[in-house]
Design a protein around this ligand. Sequence first.
Ligand SMILES: *Cc1c(COP(=O)(O)O)cnc(C)c1O
Length: 300
Amino acid sequence: MLSTNVSIEQKINLPEFEVGGVNVFVKRDDMIHPFISGNKWRKLKYNHVSFVNSGCKGIVTFGGAFSNHIIATAAFCAENKVECIGIIRGEKPSGMNHVLILAQLWGMKLEFVTRESYKDKGQLAERWKNEGYFIVPEGGENEEGVKGCEEIITELTRSYNHIFCASGTGCTFAGIVKGIASYNLTTQCHSIPVLKQGEFIIDTLLKYFPNAENYAVHSNYHFGGYAKTTPELFQFLNYLASKTGILTDPIYTAKLFFAITDLTKKGYFKKGETILAIHTGGLTGLLSEKMLNDVQKSIL
Ligand SMILES: *Cc1c(COP(=O)(O)O)cnc(C)c1O
């Protein structure tokens, strides 16, 4: 089993934070592994334990053709000598992208299903379960996933007034809120949904942790929806990278850091407060042809 033996929490020095009088830190979960990055490693950790206990012959999971979860599962399974199959949403593309090529390099078998049948993942999962496979849901969102993400809090080396993460399913956020509650901390937990109508993140949170409190979901930083971007977002990504060295991806973490910077400018935080951003990794999201093209246009 892999382990995160270091928790890197570093201060981010941006003029906006100095002007706002806040201390912003980033927990570098992107450094856990180059491809099993950030929260995907955490979500797979206890799924792997359950898989071993189940006696199943392999892991089946689900995702889109650009999924960070697919790439992470492929690398994780190779390292742990687990047979794995990735069910990919949509027809097989004529040219494979970097995510699918890397997944295959690690030995993941890919099965492409139409968007129509992908909608009925439950039925697909049932079929593979009957064949003796352990199912890890799309994005690694389940109880095991939440449990792994609670450890983000266990590892912290100091306390914060606010903790922020980017949310797709809300699984990581649920883990963070649970982790904070288990230590009786007063830290407020914030989610930045990267999809439209992000209030559904609250449903995910309450599903795993009905007693959740002291949280906030900021649903106006999706930039048009999942994997949607604007020139402003790319300019920010470029600005953050050049001023701090911290690389983000346009799908998740650029939206997260943009939100924290914007909230600071709007006076959302009190002077002297400490804020922690969880860098959940996923940098392969920057490397698709489309994103690289857009990134290039933003470089000043
Ligand atoms: C998958 C992913 C997320 C979303 O995590 P959820 O637990 O589904 O909310 C956030 N950031 C990155 C970089 C991701 O790859």
